[in-house]
Design a protein around this ligand. Structure first.
Ligand code: NAD
Ligand code: MG
Length: 390
């Protein structure tokens, strides 16, 4: 029996992970399941999977969780410390699927047991890539990428030497507004931005896909995870979302990973690694698909890509600043406090202001320094957003 924990179990990735585990319950011993607001889902899954403990990050939800689990034998806990303790419970495989910067500390904690960390939480790599990767190495833990593009690159690199890689091409659907009139982008609604052409995901990552901030995060993630240079990473618009990434080698070969837009593939790959086992995703009918399309991303439509380039070049704590400003701008867009195109302006401005202050690029990356940069960037973003409103 493999002991598995799922951090962010109630979300889109968490539920897809549970779908795979629940199909073969005899193979898994579920340790911890964590969530935040959706307590009925957390209770239902914790009982069905006989989890040891269920944790909500929100202390005001503890009574509801405790009541729902009464008599089930599943422990209940709440709050950030309980979340860290749940991540620290001995497990062979831990899914890191909390959304946002909140996923970093529990993921780092899970590494301490030398476990395999299946990393969906891209913010961990964007905010603290060097810390996460060096901690994994130091602790003898394994980090496996679960973002579909990075799982694709990882798979294309099996048996290859990273020094033979010339470039990594990350595909992007182009999001909800790839064909939207450019001059109307500033007026799009939250509902319109929450619509992904191909993938069914959580709301925050879906809006980040519309703005291409998701792809911007993924470029940084690529640099941090695979240790390549910023100038080796490219983005291509591929509206069908069937090729997830391509790896170009020094002999000119370009290896593409093709699969249906279903996160259970990347999750299943990480769950079964280093083996390959059956994963219940659709098998592609290439004749029915007929053709695949590609086009270059327009800089004016997707300003997030240029910001990502700057973040990768500057390094250090720039990623933590970028992510925090992006999360704050997204909160403001969701709350109706700023427009869709304001998000990139706010993030760019916050990154520039913070970069102009000494030390961001060369700072040591620790959980504390990341949290500090995160708070400063959020405060600056709030100021910038207030300027838009006035
Ligand atoms: P989601 O919003 O559907 O779920 C997020 C999970 O995190 C939920 O379980 C929620 O309860 C929990 N959570 C939210 N705020 C929290 C907090 N402050 N503290 C602790 N827990 C909290 O998100 P998702 O779409 O499943 O994405 C999860 C992560 O995976 C994100 O980092 C996302 O970028 C990444 N990712 C998602 C997809 C996808 O297809 N959904 C694909 C690639 C990468
Ligand atoms: Mg992705």
């Amino acid at each position: 029996m493999r002991r598995v924990s799922i951090l962010g179990a109630t979300g889109s990735i968490g539920q897809s992970t549970i779908d795979l585990i629940a199909r073969i319950p005899d193979e898994y011993d579920v340790v911890a399941l964590t969530g935040s607001q959706n307590i009925p889902q957390l209770i239902k899954d914790a009982i069905a999977l006989h989890a040891e403990i269920a944790v909500t990050s929100d202390p005001s939800k503890l009574d509801e969780l405790r009541d729902g689990l009464a008599g089930s034998g599943v422990e209940a806990a709440a709050g950030d410390i309980a979340l860290i303790e749940a991540a620290a419970r001995p497990a062979d495989w831990v899914m890191s699927a909390i959304v946002g910067a909140a996923g970093l500390a529990p993921g780092l904690e899970a590494l301490k047991q030398g476990t395999t960390l299946a990393l969906a939480n891209k913010e961990s790599l964007v905010t603290a890539g060097p810390l996460l990767m060096s901690e994994a190495k130091r602790l003898g833990a394994t980090v496996l990428p679960v973002d579909s593009e990075h799982s694709a690159v990882f798979q294309a690199l099996i048996g290859e030497d990273i020094s033979a890689v010339e470039r990594i091409v990350i595909t992007a659907s182009g999001g909800a507004f790839r064909d939207h009139p450019l001059d109307a982008l500033d007026r799009v609604s939250v509902a319109e931005a929450s619509n992904h052409p191909n993938w069914d995901m959580g709301q925050r990552i879906t809006i980040d896909s519309s703005s291409m901030f998701n792809k911007a995060m993924e470029l940084i993630e690529t640099k941090e995870f695979f240790g390549v240079r910023a100038d080796q990473i490219e983005t291509i618009i591929h509206p069908e979302s069937l090729i997830h990434a391509l790896v170009g080698f020094n002999d000119g070969a370009l290896m593409a990973h093709v699969g249906p837009p279903d996160m259970r593939h990347a999750i299943g790959f990480a769950l079964n690694w280093p083996d390959r086992k059956h994963v219940p995703v659709e098998r592609l009918d290439l004749a029915a698909i007929g053709q695949l399309n590609f086009r270059a991303p327009e800089a004016a439509r997707y300003p997030a890509l240029a910001i990502a380039q700057k973040v990768m070049e500057e390094g250090g704590l720039t990623g933590a600043v970028f992510n925090a400003a992006k999360e704050q701008a997204l909160d403001a867009f969701l709350a109706g406090d700023c427009g869709f195109t304001d998000m990139a302006r706010v993030v760019d401005r916050v990154v520039d202001v913070m970069l102009s202050r000494e030390g961001l690029q060369n700072a040591t990356i620790t959980l504390d320094s990341v949290n500090q940069a995160d708070s400063m960037a959020r405060a600056l973003a709030v100021e910038e957003i207030a300027k838009i409103e006035s």
